[in-house]
Design a binder for this molecule. Sequence first.
Ligand SMILES: Cc1cc2nc3c(=O)[nH]c(=O)nc-3n(C[C@H](O)[C@H](O)[C@H](O)COP(=O)(O)O)c2cc1C
Length: 160
Amino acid sequence: MKYKLIMVFILITLPFNIFGDSKKALFLYDMFDDESELYINMIRQSFDLINLPYDEVALEVGDVPDFSLYDRVFIYGKVMAFNLKSPIRDWLKTRPSLKGPDIYLLLTANRWFIDKYTRQISELTKENGGIVVDAVSSATKDLSDEEKRGLVSSLFSGFQ
Ligand SMILES: Cc1cc2nc3c(=O)[nH]c(=O)nc-3n(C[C@H](O)[C@H](O)[C@H](O)COP(=O)(O)O)c2cc1C
């Protein structure tokens, strides 16, 4: 009898488990290159660790899918060329609607322009209707790989 009740409970709740939390996360970054590789791989590992399905797009080459398909969006961007180059910023300037998902930002620079870049990305995100739930921004010049990993972990610790 006890097992029958458990089976009935599982059968009743199964559709909710399958369909209730069906949205995925979206991971956006500028491009995959030597400087980004560490961060992109750490972010991929963080998704896998918490079994969070996700799509990813390198903005330099790919188009961003419909935001309504996602409940969380992670954006990793870095300062390039004295802050003159940024596929993420270029995309934000096209005024995409960012309404809907919670947005998480990880922004790095080796040393220069990180504050200005962070301000620009944060403001453009908000102007496009995005809600930034958490943002980590850091100059990385003096950081070890372990400390860089800590930047990613602190971003992911917010919603587990
Ligand atoms: C083409 C290119 C240009 C860059 N220009 C700058 C820059 O103007 N200022 C800066 O602080 N970092 C610059 N960087 C460094 C990246 O921001 C840095 O590599 C990235 O944030 C990752 O940090 P890490 O390599 O220290 O881990 C540049 C990197 C590349 C690939």
